[in-house]
Ligand binder design. Sequence first.
Ligand code: ZN
Length: 257
Amino acid sequence: MGKSDFKNGDGEEERSQEPVDVFWTGGWDSTFRVIKLLADGKNVKPHYIRDPGRPSTESELAAMRRLRELLENHPGVSGQLYESKIVSRYDYPAVEEIQEAYNELIKIRYIGDQYRWIPEYCRHEGLDSIEVSVESDNEFLRKHYNDEEYPFGVLFQSLEFPLIKYSKIDMKEWCEKQGFMDVMELTWFCHTPTKAGSPCGTCRPCIIVMERGLDYRMPLSARYRYHLRILPRIKGFLKRYSRIYAVLVKTKSELKK
Ligand SMILES: [Zn+2]
């Protein structure tokens, strides 16, 4: 990563009228990308694809509304944040060529099916390029994002990977320096939020947040669930202490509400 990538672009010269198309989920990485472009004076057109099977959809959309409000009034922003285009992944047709390429790709290594439906979306919308915010710790994509060989070439031809050499720490440092951490604190991270819309405390991103000592981002109930997530594993032990077990089970079921 060139150091110049981190400089706040000096504005007018870099300003272009055409917006940059970005796949924005309200999560840490894609929000960083949106911020970085806006701070550099670029206009941004966000895209979001609803996946009915994804329990975090409504939380992500709510997070993006809060983020947008903050960004629209942020002194560090000079580009314009366009209205988000939100579609469902069943609003546009599957493309056989892309499906086949994806099936080939997952024979090499499993990657999420967004690498099938984002290219299909681009094909349907006639988008030549959209940015996806994959960061440097994805070793497989870091190796292949520029690969023109089949099946990578078919899947990645319309995808740009501007953060592939950035780590989460790089992003954090830049945001601290440029005064954007207040925005980043509102990004969404949980994959399986509760019905009330708070982080679950037990999915992988929640566990990472807890392990990195960022537990202040979690409501108290999620912190309890995090600590109680080991309950099934120590069941045998606890059954010998049935009263403690009963209390823990009761606490856990109340926290699920
Ligand atoms: Zn979670």
